[in-house]
Write a protein that binds this ligand. Structure first.
Ligand code: OOB
Length: 555
């Protein structure tokens, strides 16, 4: 068994098994089963028109698993995976599971700062990257990771490997491999993070398989499902809610889009007669506008899942008339708990709530600042535990002590209220995180990077309201001396430190001192109000709308 993770207490585990939530099967079996029952059905289609049947995908996974074992990658090894939405990701994911290794899933946007930390925390022995992606050389990134994290022995490259191993050469005749223990960790997901460094989320074969199966049921996935992956495959939403894994489990077809742009996605929806896809709200907004000028035939689309950040009731109501498909809101987290509006929910619940818990075994509490349950219908912090919600982050005992209650509830940091129907409305956030249209940015992590700049005396990162993204990132700075670093200088500095582009501050505000709370902490609520007021004033004067704030005040 992998060490450093927190299993469910035996009584809970027994209950989840006895009640059938945990089926005792390894996660990769969902592919094996379909390869047995529907070998000739198309499982996977890529943007270039590459197509693989269930049997072909299954065999490729077996061959790659054998190739991994030959390299010495096997039981319990952690392998950091950073790959775009291609067949290579899908094959490698299943191959790693079959080899007994644990994929550690990172986003293509992550850079040295994130990858080094993740590889180090995971104690990774291998890293899989593309050669080039959007003009960035990921082999150079791999070199930096290897230098910083000596446990990383192997670098596997999709494409031209340079001095490393080509993924195409990780191939051998299939060999029988021992099945992993279904109670063990299958995959490590990345958390959005509220602390200085991102955290790793252990998901077991049992819990993740249940996550996928129950999601596929609630979303009505079956053999006729054609699911378009537009978010990164490494994101829990696109991977398992029900996502690509749910589609394969149901015997449907997965279509991979390289980007979420309307040009790419709409063309694939038309070409492959896509029936369902999942997006974050800014993409939904973009698509709602794009149908005006894109003339692709979207008539096959039956369901649009939207989640990752809050979708406003107004755009929610536009989905059905504009795109001609039903809307489903999804309020989920890589840590576990998933809330879905149901396909037969009345319209006002679909547009006005973020859904209700997936599982009858999900336990939720809504508490005030002292940890006491609020009255029904009142807003408070959401706590949860259940058959697919983690009991602790990987190798993070101190953080776990703060983030979980003594009886195992995960403190989500989300402020919600619960309607009599059981549906949740997300009202805000108690955690120190910015949700930039679904991309999560830990304020503390970004502040630490900013504090490393020689001209920065102190830094406080807050969200600022934004019509499209929900919010964007504003960094308040107290400089050491004048002139203070500009937004551009800071962006270059952070990029140089290997910080992912989506974490760069959208705006920088320079102040002499921070407002303080009565106990002397930086008063971030006051800073949040200050920037919101400032944006309102600027919009009033017509100098800069929230969107144009991205260019920033320049200083
Ligand atoms: C999804 O997962 P993560 O891990 O990137 O982020 C989780 C956090 C939640 O705690 C919440 O703060 C926010 O993202 N969130 C939403 C939301 N969905 C997620 N806030 C408001 N409304 C929503 N619908 O984002 C994720 C994972 C699986 C499925 C869907 C989303």
């Amino acid at each position: 068994m992998l060490d450093g993770w927190v299993p469910w207490p035996e009584a809970a585990a027994e209950r989840y098994r006895a009640e059938g939530y945990w089926a005792g099967r390894p996660l990769d079996r969902l592919l094996r089963d379909r390869a047995g029952s529907d070998p000739g059905r198309i499982a996977l289609v890529d943007a270039d028109g590459g197509r693989w049947t269930y049997a072909e995908l299954d065999e490729r996974a077996d061959r790659t698993a054998a190739g991994l074992r030959r390299l010495g990658i096997g039981a319990g090894d952690r392998v950091v995976v950073q790959l775009p939405n291609t067949d290579v990701f899908v094959v490698l994911f299943f191959a790693l599971l079959r080899a007994g290794a644990v994929p550690v899933l990172t986003l293509p946007a992550h850079r040295e700062s994130e990858l080094v930390h993740v590889a180090e925390t995971a104690g990774a022995t291998a890293l899989a990257v593309p050669d080039l992606l959007d003009g960035h050389d990921h082999r150079a990134l791999a070199r930096a990771v290897r230098k910083a994290v000596p446990s990383v022995e192997h670098v596997l490259v999709a494409g031209d490997p340079a001095e490393f191993t080509a993924l195409a050469d990780v191939d051998a005749d299939p060999v029988p491999l021992p099945a992993p223990d279904p109670g063990d960790v299958a995959v490590l997901l990345l958390s959005g993070g509220t602390t200085g460094k991102p955290k790793l989320i252990p998901r077991t074969h049992d819990d993740y398989t249940y996550n996928v199966r129950a999601s596929a049921e609630v979303c009505g996935f079956d053999e006729s499902t054609v699911y378009l992956v537009v978010l990164p495959t490494a994101h829990n939403f696109a991977l398992a809610c029900p996502g690509l894994l749910g589609t394969l489990m149901a015997g449907g077809t997965v279509v991979l889009s390289p980007t979420p742009s309307p040009e790419d996605a709409f063309a694939l929806i038309e070409r492959e007669k896509v029936t369902v896809t999942a997006v974050v709200p800014p993409i939904a907004l973009l698509w709602l506008d794009a149908v005006e000028w894109e003339d692709a035939d979207l008539s096959s689309l039956a369901l649009l899942q939207v989640g990752g950040s809050k979708l406003g009731a107004e755009p929610a109501a536009r989905v059905e008339p504009a795109l001609g498909c039903a809307l489903q809101q999804v309020f989920g987290m890589a840590e576990g708990l998933l809330n879905y509006t149901r396909l037969d929910d009345p319209g006002e619940l679909v547009t006005g709530t973020q859904g209700r818990p997936l599982s009858p075994a999900d336990e939720i509490r809504v508490v005030d600042e002292d940890g006491h349950d609020v009255l029904p219908g009142e807003t408070g912090e959401l706590l949860t535990r259940g058959p697919y919600t983690l009991r602790g982050y990987y190798r993070a005992p101190e953080h776990n002590a703060r983030t979980f209650t003594d009886d195992g509830y995960y403190r989500t940091g989300d402020l919600v209220r619960v309607l009599p129907s059981g549906h949740l409305v997300v009202e805000g956030r108690a955690k120190d995180q910015i949700n930039r249209g679904g991309d999560k940015i830990s304020a503390e992590e970004l502040e630490n990077h900013l504090l490393a700049h020689p001209a920065v005396h102190d830094a406080a990162v807050v969200g600022m309201p934004d019509e499209t993204m929900g919010e964007r990132t504003c960094a308040y700075l107290v400089p050491r001396a004048q002139p203070a670093p500009t937004q551009r200088e800071l962006a270059a500095f952070l990029t140089d430190r290997g910080v992912a582009a989506y974490k760069l501050p959208d705006r920088v505000e320079v102040v002499d001192a921070f407002p303080r709370t009565s106990v002397g902490k930086i008063d971030k609520k006051a800073l949040g109000r200050r920037i919101a007021e400032r944006l309102r004033a600027e919009a009033g004067h017509g100098t800069s709308g929230p969107l144009r704030a991205e260019a920033g005040s320049g200083n």
